[in-house]
Design a protein around this ligand. Structure first.
Ligand code: ADP
Length: 605
């Protein structure tokens, strides 16, 4: 958002309030609680005047500040007490404190409730927004930052909208109440506020801007902390194997220190602003004391009026102190809200197509497709054309970086916007399909099998539309040649696989992925072959499983080992985004071109 700071707060605030709409009742109750709390405080001070002027009637001597704050209710010999006011006072005090306590409970409970709900809703929204974002966004962003938006940033908002907001509303009401009292009793003495107020406001606004700026830096630093930790944990094995502990520790120390540094900046701004505000406030107090010594003032003022004004000013000190203290937290919340809202405003995946199909036949065609990744000069694909008929297998071979994965990614519309040409499934442009319908037609088995921290059965049935029976899962596992190893596990299909399937071997994970694709039963299969050398036994099992999976399905295979694609109906050799050769295994060998060379490299002459 490139609005002015004031606008930023207001826009963010309005949007935050939107989250409270479903909790109108709670909101009204909380505001009433806060109002009551502030008003009771102000009323308490307002009682000083009748208490002094009528309770101790006939005396208009200005009492000293110490006797005032030290013991309002003490009767000294010089005062003749007015019975009614004095006997009522204790009851009023208890009543007011009880009311204040109740108001405090209601408002604290209400605001905490709303804040907790707001954060829950917002977290859910951020999480779901990630699910709707295009692959290109996730490619570009730093994972740590994305995670810390769900954890850290929302936590900042929670704090600002909880305790900080309570203090801000309540203390502001108290301050306004006190000010009103002051002006009501003696506008002349209160004039100093008109000078001091704007100066305080200026200081607070400058400091607030600083708070927000530093807070954004803290958020970024926290993203760094998360990212570095995540990277280390993910690569833990490699770090240990390469003895990279020191490198990692140093990297983290740097980021950790940056975070500390930013937090110190915030602390400095906070600890400087508070005394500065207090000193400015003391000028107002000094002015009142000074003005009271003027004779002309004395004739205007009663002891009670003066005491009330003084008490109101003293009563403002604590709320103002609180306000400057929680302002940092509040501004952190505003800064965090800005980042979170910016994220929520990023465009989700484009999904303008309306064509729906229950099950496509599976004729796939690339028609002169050129494609460029965002912010890249070079075309990743340049005029790629091919056709795979229903049930056939197309193999893509070529050096790494030639564009094979790009072809596969375009079929599922992971990257939007072709530079030229079209991709058609059953003669309908894939951009005319709804995303959901299109992706329902495609099963993806990639090299890096993603398993979820759940049982094997649930991993196979992952995101299966509708109810799935045990028999279906077993059937899929059998066809994928996975059942043999699953049965050997202590709990069979109900074995927990651990986070990302760490408890399984590469070959076993691959076979679970094949079973998953089998169960999904989509007409088009995209297969990114595993490059890693698997042991011969699981390789054979995987191959058999894949043969089963490819039956009656249109398959696009990214081949790394040429031995597995000899039977493919069509082989495309991709180089620098272009198709340089095409044919069957036999015809390509006869051409004695690039394919033949690749083949010879893998199998010797
Ligand atoms: P292959 O699968 O044959 O190894 P890719 O399709 O992954 O090749 O890559 C083709 C080209 O596109 C490469 O030059 C690569 O650097 C580039 N590329 C791949 N993915 C991205 C991406 N997400 N953003 C930008 N460029 C990319």
């Amino acid at each position: 958002m490139t609005t002015s700071p004031k606008n930023e707060i207001w826009t963010v605030f309005k949007r935050l309030m939107g989250y409270l709409k479903p909790m109108k009742g709670m909101f009204v109750l909380s505001v009433l609680g806060l109002l009551t709390y502030g008003l009771v405080d102000a009323a308490f001070i307002a009682f000083i005047k009748p208490f002094i002027d009528e309770g101790f009637s006939g005396q208009s001597v200005v009492p000293s500040v110490t006797s005032l704050t030290g013991g309002v209710g003490m009767t000294s010999d010089g005062f003749k007490a007015n019975k009614d006011v004095l006997t009522l006072a204790p009851l009023v005090v208890i009543g007011m404190f009880a009311l204040r306590g109740l108001a405090n409970f209601v408002s604290t409970y209400g605001i905490s409730y709303m804040s907790a709900r707001l954060i829950m809703d917002m977290r859910q929204q951020v999480f779901e927004h990630y699910l709707s974002l295009p692959v290109s966004y996730i490619d570009r962003e730093n994972t740590g930052n994305l995670i810390s938006k769900v954890t850290f940033d929302t936590e900042q908002i929670a704090r600002a909208s909880g305790s900080a907001l309570i203090s801000i509303v309540r203390d502001s009401i108290t301050v306004v109440g006190m000010l009103a009292l002051m002006f009501f009793y003696s506008w002349k003495l209160s004039l100093c506020i008109l000078v001091i107020g704007p100066i305080m406001g200026l200081v607070i606004s400058v400091v607030s801007r600083r708070f927000r700026k530093v807070s954004k830096q803290i958020q970024a630093a926290m993203g760094g902390v998360t990212a570095t930790t995540e990277q280390m944990i993910k690569g833990h094995k490699n770090v240990l194997a390469f003895g990279g502990q020191e490198t990692e520790a140093k990297r983290f120390a740097q980021i950790n220190d940056r975070n500390r540094h930013q937090n110190m900046k915030l602390a400095v701004a906070q600890s400087v602003s508070q005394p500065v505000i207090m000193v400015i406030g003391s000028f107002a107090l000094a002015f009142v004391l000074y003005a009271a010594s003027f004779d002309s003032m004395k004739t205007d003022l009663t002891a009670g009026t003066f005491a009330t004004i003084l008490a109101a000013m003293l009563g403002m000190l604590q709320p103002i102190k609180n306000l400057t203290r929680v302002n940092a937290e509040f501004q952190r919340g505003i800064a965090a809200s800005t980042t979170v809202f910016e994220l929520l405003d990023t465009e989700p995946e484009e999904d303008n197509g309306h064509y729906e199909v229950a099950r496509a036949a599976g004729n796939l065609r690339f028609d002169d497709v050129s494609f460029r990744y965002a912010n890249q000069d070079k075309l990743a694909l340049d005029g790629v054309s091919f056709e795979v008929r229903q049930g056939q297998t197309l193999a893509l071979v070529g050096r790494s970086g030639s564009g094979k994965s790009t072809i596969a990614s375009l079929i599922t519309r992971f990257y939007a916007g072709l530079e030229r040409g079209d991709i058609l499934l059953d003669d309908v442009s894939i951009y005319d399909y709804s995303l959901k319908s299109l992706r329902n037609q495609v099963a993806l088995v990639s090299q890096q099998v993603t398993l979820f921290n759940d049982t094997i059965a649930n991993n196979i049935a992952y995101a299966y539309p509708g109810e799935v029976t045990r028999e279906q899962i077993i059937k899929a596992a059998e066809l994928a040649y996975a059942m043999e190893f699953i049965e050997a596990l202590p709990e069979g299909l109900d074995t927990q696989v651990g986070e990302n399937g760490v408890l399984l071997s590469g070959g076993q994970r691959q076979r679970i992925a094949i079973a998953r694709a089998m169960l999904r039963d989509a007409p088009v299969l995209i297969l990114d072959e595993a490059t890693s050398a698997l042991d011969t036994e699981s390789e054979k099992a995987i191959q058999l499983g894949l043969d089963n999976l490819r039956q009656n399905r249109t398959s696009v295979v990214i081949a790394h080992r040429l031995s597995t694609i000899e039977s493919a109906d069509q082989i495309l050799v991709v180089d620098q985004g272009c198709i340089v050769e095409r044919g069957t295994h036999k015809s390509l060998l006869e051409q004695n071109g690039m394919y033949a060379k690749l083949y010879q490299m893998q199998f010797g002459s």
